[in-house]
Design a binder for this molecule. Sequence first.
Ligand code: PXP
Length: 255
Amino acid sequence: MSQPLENRPQQRVRLGVNVDHVATLRQARGTRYPDPVLAASLCELAGADQITVHLREDRRHIQDRDVQILRQTVQVPLNLEMAATPAMLALALQYRPDTVTLVPEKRQERTTEGGLAVAGHEAELRPIIQALKDAGITVSLFIDPSDEQVRASAELRASTIELHTGDYCAALGHLAAEQELSKLRAAAELGHDLGLAVAAGHGLDYRNVGAVARLPWMEELNIGHALVSRAVLVGMERAVREMIAAIHLPAPLGE
Ligand code: PXP
């Protein structure tokens, strides 16, 4: 069972910076700049705890070359987001990221919509998870904050669940946001009780990140679009530092 809040060890929430959208800008013109590899180094210098990239099947932003070079240059853990397919598994075993986050993928979508359907797809996911674990790669599952998906993730012996924060970020008004936060809180509690590490991401920005960072058992946040968007205007290092500050801002009175 979960400990009462006051007895819980305080942990520093780690920031994983998703540099996909640096590559989006590059791919828009087919140039060699801006380089997500250079961006990742700047993120590290500014205090990022992890570099995250999503190698999509359509290669719309991150390319194989990026993952290959990042593997050689990144000093902090490298987290590869990918679809749970045999082709992507083969690449993960070749590139050896520290973590693989399995995500759902549809070609037509603008960005990852919804979490991975783990419950009901155990038979397909089990061998992929096992192969990654056998290679010493930590496995994280990007899921919606529901009991069913958390339990299925624990049953498959994933190390981590990354809770999809898209609905919370898109919620209009305080009440709707609170309802979404409650789902995230319950999923984090259950995940922890079942032995899973808890992370979160998708749609987080400088304003909405604090409440998610303060959820129980939260260890890591993966943030891309809002951070890279700010970096275009203020520079990557400042954008990362400001995000770290936003993550660790004290709770407002009454929270
Ligand atoms: N975590 C996962 C699993 C994702 O798929 C994404 C989007 O690629 C993110 C985090 C980052 O989302 P955003 O770009 O909205 O910050």
